[in-house]
Design a protein around this ligand. Sequence first.
Ligand code: ZN
Length: 156
Amino acid sequence: MPKVITFHYTLEDQAGELIDTSRDGEPMPFLEGVRQIVPGLEDELVKMKIGDKKKVIVAPDKGYGPHHKQLVQKVPRKEMPEGDIAVGDQFQAGNGNDMIVVTVTEVTDQEVTLDGNHPLAGKDLYFDVEITGIREATAEEVSHGHAHGTGGHHHS
Ligand code: ZN
């Protein structure tokens, strides 16, 4: 059976800005081997024991991939939905099976810049992690392809 590993993490960018953390809530569980988390982090976590702490730097090729310039486009303001549009807003764009999530990265009176990359694409990720639990996955978790339980996936 693969393992379910539970860990606390703090994620910062290269400048030391906090991007995300589990420290204000429950630690996060993931199912080993299904890429539930970015490869560069999983590769390190599976080598650790309960109680181990480590800083892990993940490059884009083992993180959220490179930043593709062709996924950035400027759209005339008048073609965007009415109302306030601010940097950081996200929209669904495209049609049918090609829907992607785009993030607003710049707004002027005339144009809105939309970026279809993952917000962390092209970035080095600075993780600070601590393993809080390791257990065998259940058959149900393996068949679902994700971890269940506190902080994990819940079914209604
Ligand atoms: Zn499930």
